[in-house]
Design a protein. Structure first.
Length: 260
């Protein structure tokens, strides 16, 4: 019997462990749903799709801002006007992949192309993201006792302006950025509202009276039930669905045609 390989665990892995422990304190509700994005994908260049979905998420949040509210330690509810999207971007740390959070600021007022340019730039050169330059603070944070670290992360959402500065107001994880295929995902709940952009499922359906193959985007929406009730969450999901189907933000028109 051969012994397994012994590898050094990257220091950033402890950040993931602490994040998971802190997320257990949130009272999250989850919804899994699908949206027909066949027409939108046909009108988009493939590399723009993630930015398009982020644009639609940010627009829907801006129209229902209560879903990105936070409560501070004084019991007040802070509702931000701008939508800042915290998006994991994979980099290499100590020879191992690690996803750090880059924040797309004021995403609801930006075009799909503008969002894509920033995402591409940060993936190409992670040093362009302010989050990467916080590594010395992360090292100092790891010197604290474990229970203190978890308490700090767990209480971050009670410091709304600090939460926004470090991680944005809404969390979005784009699984499609790391791998292909259909499927949903449920991530750590560190924002009041978190969305996992899952895979694309192809299936035959009756469309305009004919059996055709359509593409369905699979999304997971998670909300902190301590802050967001079911009605605002449902309105947000409904509006997000409308924007995705209509191809909001796509410069060329989205036309739903009867297949030839």
């Amino acid at each position: 019997m051969r012994d397994g390989q012994v590898r050094r665990v990257p220091w950033v892995r402890q950040l993931v462990i602490d994040t998971g422990r802190a997320a257990q304190r949130r009272h999250a509700i989850h919804g899994l749903f699908e949206v027909d994005v066949t027409s939108a994908r046909a009108a988009l260049r493939p590399h723009l799709f993630t930015a398009f979905v982020i644009h639609c998420i940010a627009t829907a949040v801006a129209e229902e801002p209560g879903v990105q509210a936070y409560r501070d330690f004084r019991g007040r509810q802070i509702v931000f006007d701008e939508v800042d999207i915290g998006l994991p971007v994979e980099v290499e740390v100590d020879g191992a992949p690690f996803a750090f959070t880059h924040v797309l600021r004021d995403a609801a007022r930006r075009t799909v192309e503008d969002l894509q340019q920033e995402i591409h730039a940060v993936k190409t050169d992670p040093s362009l993201s302010p989050s990467v330059h916080k590594a010395p603070w992360a090292h100092a944070y790891l010197l604290l006792p474990g229970f203190v670290r978890v308490a700090l992360l767990g209480g971050l959402h009670r410091m709304p302006h600090r939460q926004r500065a470090l991680a944005g107001t809404v969390g979005v994880t784009a699984v499609g950025m790391f791998g292909a295929g259909a499927g949903w995902g449920i991530g750590f709940q560190l924002h009041t509202l978190s969305i996992v952009i899952g895979g694309i499922a192809k299936r035959p359906i009756l469309f305009q009276g004919r059996l055709v193959e359509r593409e369905f985007l699979q999304l997971t929406v998670s909300a902190d039930h301590d802050v967001v009730d079911g009605a605002p969450a449902a309105r947000f999901v409904g509006r997000l669905r409308e924007l995705l189907v209509a191809g909001d933000g796509i410069t060329s028109p989205v036309v739903t045609r009867r297949p030839a």
